[in-house]
Design a protein around this ligand. Structure first.
Ligand SMILES: [Zn+2]
Length: 76
């Protein structure tokens, strides 16, 4: 098993997709996703969601507030 657990992965999903995690951590997450269908599904879902948001927000960067609201929504 990898060093990182599901809870940590889910906390880092956005940073992971944004490439804002350290390289070591990035590798840990990738390794975890290879072993954990749960997190893998969650990450692919958020990746699609993020692509969708980017398509809709091509005028500028996605507001942090929007990310927060979406994240809350996904957690609920
Ligand atoms: Zn997991």
């Amino acid at each position: 098993m990898s060093e990182i657990d599901c809870e940590q992965v889910l906390q880092l999903v956005w940073q992971f997709l944004d490439g804002e995690v350290e390289e070591v951590r990035y590798r840990e997450i990738e390794a975890h996703l290879a072993e954990c269908a749960n997190c893998e599904g969650r990450v692919s879902f958020e990746r699609r969601l993020r692509t969708l948001i980017e398509t809709k927000c091509q005028e500028g960067p996605v507001p942090v507030e929007l990310k927060r609201r979406l994240f809350k929504f996904l957690e609920g």
